[in-house]
Design a protein around this ligand. Structure first.
Ligand code: SAH
Length: 346
């Protein structure tokens, strides 16, 4: 049994014929799924009833339930999505002028254990399947047409490479939702084997790399993944990626007060980033997380100083505002709060 939302458009014909079903139905199926946006085979009324029944039995449509919507003053909506086995993931909808960006999760929890991240504070429960990732998108688009996707929710996409890429290929497919590859950004904490695999796909997805520290000592402290793949290896993989794909890489740098926000850090970061051709930096002030009250948001002047040092060192840098703070919208916070509430009640 395969879930309907895990099947790429071009796979439908061979799958149908293999099962003795008629191949010409493939286009009707695709029309129902990605033009009529049905979430239940019973709604595919262009298809004969007995055929709908076999689709239901052989290719079920993933059921999810929106358990909670928290909306912040800036219009950001965070959805907690219940999955068929009772687990839940978060997806965030971020409106901006001319854009409606969705942030999606790839795992329930996360194994990477970055010190400042709420998603990783309880470890990983399981990876999402491709159809569950597509289901997040489907839940998102019920609030409006999605123009951009960022894979910056819970989980590490390169630790769930195959299912994540399958979902993104489906969302990108012309006969599927048809969202442009350049409107889809993957973010990794630096799982090095993923870079060459992604480059070999030959799809123009955007790639972000969470760096957050300018040297191994500090990075290994903040991000355990650095002990497995230290910065030299990571930056080499990044350079190889930009060389093969001719695509830029964006380094994410979350600024934490008194931890990685000194002038010396900024200078060292500039030096490291320049090792990768076609690299940019996004500076993001830390969103406070409940499990690390000692990690604080930097003040505006520090952010400006950091930006200034990078720019003077010829590194293309953007200052990012975190969105949806009052909706617990930073990484993993909504699920965590729910788990904490549940715990309190018990
Ligand atoms: N595992 C992937 C994608 C998920 S995290 C990755 O690490 O890139 C998406 C981004 O949010 C990462 O850059 C992550 O480091 C950042 N992030 C996590 N917790 C944060 C916090 N409390 N404040 C600001 N950014 C945070």
């Amino acid at each position: 049994m395969r879930k309907a939302w895990s099947i790429l458009p071009e796979e439908w014909k061979p799958i149908l014929t293999e099962r003795g079903l008629r191949a010409f139905r493939a286009d009707q199926i695709l029309h129902s799924l990605y033009r009529d946006w049905i979430t239940d085979w019973d709604k595919a009324t262009t298809l004969p009833k007995d055929f709908r029944e076999s689709l239901k039995a052989e290719f079920p449509i993933t059921k999810t339930e929106i358990l909670e919507v928290s909306e912040s003053a800036d219009g950001t909506k965070k959805l907690l999505l219940g999955l068929e086995d009772g687990e839940a993931v978060e997806t965030v909808l971020i409106p901006a002028t001319g854009r409606f960006t969705q942030c999606i999760s790839t795992q329930v929890g996360c194994a990477m254990g970055c010190a400042f991240c709420a998603s990783g504070s309880r470890g990983v429960v399981r990876s999402l399947t491709a159809d569950e990732i597509v289901a997040e998108y489907m839940a998102g688009r019920s609030f409006g047409e999605i123009t951009n996707i960022v894979v910056m929710g819970m989980g590490e996409p390169f630790m769930n490479y195959d299912e994540t890429i399958r979902a993104l290929k489906l969302i990108n497919a012309g006969k599927g939702p048809n969202l442009g590859a350049r409107h889809i950004t993957l973010s990794t904490c630096g799982v090095v084997p993923g870079f060459a695999k992604l480059a070999a796909e030959g799809i123009q997805f955007e790639l972000s790399v969470s760096l957050h520290a300018p040297n191994d000592a500090l990075r290994s402290e903040l991000m355990p993944v650095n002990r497995r793949w230290p910065m030299d290896e990571l930056l080499e993989a990044c350079a190889a990626y930009t060389k093969t794909t001719k695509r830029i890489i964006t380094f994410e740098y979350t600024v934490i007060r008194g931890v990685n926000d000194s002038r010396a850090c900024a200078e060292e970061l500039a030096h490291q980033v320049r090792r990768v051709p076609m690299a940019k930096v996004n500076l993001i002030p830390l969103s406070p997380v409940s499990h690390r009250p000692d990690f604080k948001t930097p003040d505006e002047a520090t952010m400006m100083m950091f930006l200034d040092v990078l720019m003077k060192n010829h590194v293309q840098t953007m200052l990012r505002r975190s969105r949806g703070k009052d909706a617990d919208a930073a990484c993993g916070q909504l699920r965590l709060r729910r788990m904490e509430n549940v715990k309190c009640k018990m």
